[in-house]
Write a protein that binds this ligand. Structure first.
Ligand code: ZN
Length: 173
């Protein structure tokens, strides 16, 4: 019950919405607005069966991401002003994105990352992540810089995907 009072589902912006291409602004102070946004993002991610969500995806150009701790607790983690300090290894995994519906593609990324951020209480945290969690963190941080996973694949594959997306946009018009 508490959940439904305090949380609200937000609208997810989809490609080619311009907000997805903007570089998001750093959060100066973690206050009530940032905490509410983080909680709403967790709610929105859950409702969409996502494993990660970045604030620009709900139309808010702030450096806040939420990720599901798929390799550990299964709980949602909040990273504010996240920064990757170290990267290691390389892996290829199929990715999709709530903002780029119906398309997926293999993306090559570092396999392990060390990330520094503020948590929902405004405290500095540092975390080492590997596997799927590291992948989600990198995908979501990309969103803060206006980068989509389709930017990280080969040009031929991208052309094919854009064509697919383009025809989809046309059909929706
Ligand atoms: Zn995404």
């Amino acid at each position: 019950m508490l959940k439904s009072i305090n949380m609200a589902k937000l609208e997810i912006k989809v490609y080619p919405d311009k907000v997805l291409r903007k570089k998001a602004a750093s959060v100066r102070r973690v206050g009530d607005a940032e905490r509410k946004l983080s909680r709403d993002m967790i709610e929105t991610m859950g409702a969409a069966n996502g494993v990660g969500l970045a604030a620009p995806q709900v139309g808010i150009s702030k450096r806040i991401i939420v990720v599901l701790d798929v390799e550990g607790s299964g709980q949602a983690l909040v990273f504010i002003n996240p920064k990757i300090l170290k990267k290691k290894g390389r892996s290829r995994v199929c990715e999709g994105c709530l903002s780029v519906p119906d398309v997926t593609s293999d993306v090559v990324r570092p396999e392990f990352v060390t990330v520094e951020a503020l948590n929902i209480d405004g405290e500095q945290i540092k975390m080492e992540a590997g596997g799927l969690l590291a992948r989600i963190i990198q995908h979501e941080i990309d969103h803060l810089d206006g980068i989509l996973f389709i930017d990280r694949i080969g040009i031929l594959k991208r052309k094919k995907l854009i064509k697919q997306l383009g025809s989809k946009v046309c059909m929706e018009l």
